[in-house]
Design a protein around this ligand. Structure first.
Ligand code: DQA
Length: 145
């Protein structure tokens, strides 16, 4: 079962960026652990700092082979009508994830433009938010997705 993890702006800096909020581990390092933990899933990873590139990727994986998208859109979560339209337009289910507990932070992070079009939202568990999303897809029977 093909699942893609999609990370948005500034998440390429995980491990060096605001360590007290996002931790000191790079996503590439964590991704290796995830691949070992979910051998039955065909996992891939893509990161971009650019809104249009993220939308192009959603279009590419949003119809067909991929059974799930785990998406941390970073700050675009709170601002992007265009990304929310893309999620609405595609067929593959999207789980929104956040490393930090966005509800315990600034008020502008409390609003997600994307959540209404996602299957669900996981926030606040550090990098383990991604693992929880993968567990959701792993447990679904193929006919349910
Ligand atoms: C984030 C939360 C966003 O508010 C922020 O802009 C990010 C990361 C998170 O994973 O906690 O870039 O999505």
């Amino acid at each position: 079962m093909k699942i893609i993890i999609l990370n948005g702006p500034n998440l390429n800096l995980l491990g060096t960026r605001e360590k007290s909020v996002y931790g000191s581990r790079s996503f590439e390092d964590y991704f290796e652990e995830l691949k070992e933990a979910f051998p039955a899933l065909e996992l891939s990873y893509f990161q971009s700092n650019t809104e249009g590139t993220l939308i192009d990727k959603l279009h590419e994986v949003g119809f067909g082979d991929y059974k799930g998208i785990i998406f941390n859109a970073g700050a675009y979560t709170h601002t992007s009508v265009a990304i929310s339209d893309a999620i609405k337009a595609i067929e593959t289910p999207v789980v929104e994830v956040h490393i930090s507990n966005v509800y315990a932070r600034e008020a502008f992070r409390h609003k997600s433009m994307l959540a209404a079009y996602c299957t669900g939202v996981i926030a606040g568990f550090g990098l383990e938010s991604y693992r929880l999303a993968l567990q959701y897809f792993e447990r679904l029977k193929p006919k349910q997705i």
